[in-house]
Design a protein around this ligand. Structure first.
Ligand SMILES: *Cc1c(COP(=O)(O)O)cnc(C)c1O
Length: 353
């Protein structure tokens, strides 16, 4: 596939790594490819970063036809740049597209556009400890009419943002509130798709938790409010009586690449991992008897986020004595080590630019 490349003559000044934060600064270019029902995917291009111009009736603005991905490029000590399991993001993008009736894209075409884009923007990958170049591929339906049906026009775009270290003051356990009113997703819905709509549905509970001093909510299933699903926009894992337990992918849970990688690392180190239904009652029991040893969220942004307190119905339960558990720390060290290239990549997860 031919990718047209139009480089900017007006490069931005790169921000200092101390001010990066998350998703505030964007690189000089963006990658795009257009789809319509007649031509399929065409006009792959890398162009100067600029505002998009869309019709006020564009499908995405009215009916939420939007999916996205999130992954990072990391600066190694030797100066090179590498990515973590990028093909998994491409595959998930297509599973999300299929669910929302957006067009799927040839894996090799999407991969080539992504990696070519990172190659062009690689100088934007910061090198300070814990920093990275966050990549945000997204696709939206772009018909210029208000009729409700599968779209005939779509855009796939990739933007990039240098981001700061998630843990500026060291990796810190967070307080989580178990949510029993709002739900994020239901089986048969779009929970397994990475789509903007899931985020729109989950914002209210997240805000209420924040207002009460909690950093995120623990989601329960949408049918019975009984089984644990995810924590905020991360997957969740528990160490109960020496075993790792994580909710199984039931359809309403996002199949995280960090989750999958944690499971593979844990199994390679001899841990027993159970992917199954885990009820909030079982978790409360495990907290009361002390069987719950560790709890953590996992996702690309934070990698691993230890949970130090869970709150349910006004009752607070400390986890791991409010400290980071051993397995939690091991997973954090292993995954970040592979990502930044300081730990040997035994699994073949790294793609070098
Ligand atoms: C993206 C996401 C995750 C984590 O997926 P990773 O591939 O590990 O980054 C988990 N839950 C939700 C709801 C997400 O959107």
């Amino acid at each position: 596939m031919e990718i047209k490349i139009q480089l900017t003559s007006n490069k931005k000044v790169k921000p200092d790594s101390s001010v990066l934060g998350f998703g505030k600064y964007f690189t000089d270019h963006m990658a795009m490819i257009t789809w319509n029902a007649e031509k399929g995917w065409h006009n792959a291009r890398i162009v100067p970063f600029e505002n998009l111009s869309i019709h006020p009736a564009s499908t995405v603005l009215h009916y939420g036809a939007e999916i996205f991905e999130g992954l990072k490029a990391y600066r190694r000590k030797d100066g090179g740049v590498q990515m973590f399991r990028p093909m998994e993001n491409v595959k998930r993008l297509n599973r999300s597209a299929e669910r929302l009736c957006l067009p799927t894209i040839d894996e090799d075409v999407a991969f080539e556009l992504l990696t070519k884009f990172v190659e062009i923007e690689q100088e934007w990958t910061p090198s300070a400890s814990g920093t990275s170049l966050y990549l945000r591929p997204f696709m939206f339906g772009n018909d210029e009419a208000l009729g409700v049906h599968a779209v005939h026009n779509a855009e796939f775009v990739i933007i990039a943002s240098p981001v700061g270290s998630y843990y500026k003051e060291g990796i810190n356990p967070v307080k989580i509130m178990i949510e029993n009113e709002d739900v994020r997703a239901v089986r048969g819905g779009t929970g397994y798709a990475k789509c903007g709509g899931n985020y729109a549905a989950s914002t209210r509970a997240g805000k209420r938790a924040e207002d009460k001093g909690y950093s995120q909510v623990l989601w329960l299933d949408g049918v019975e409010r009984k089984y644990i699903e995810e924590v905020g926009a991360m997957n969740v894992m528990f160490k109960i009586n020496g075993k790792i337990v994580t909710p199984m992918l039931s359809g309403s849970i996002l199949p995280g690449i960090t989750r999958m990688s944690c499971i593979e690392v844990l199994k390679s180190k001899g841990f027993e991992v159970e992917e199954r239904l885990l009820s909030v009652d079982e978790l409360l029991d495990a907290m009361k008897t002390g069987a719950l040893e560790e709890a953590f969220g996992c996702g690309t942004a934070a990698v691993i986020s230890p949970i130090g307190e869970l709150m349910y119905d006004g009752v607070k339960y400390p986890v791991s004595g409010g400290k980071i558990g051993e397995v939690t720390q091991m997973l954090y060290d292993t995954l970040t080590g592979i990502q930044w290239g300081t730990v040997e990549d035994k699994f073949g997860w790294i793609y070098k630019i």
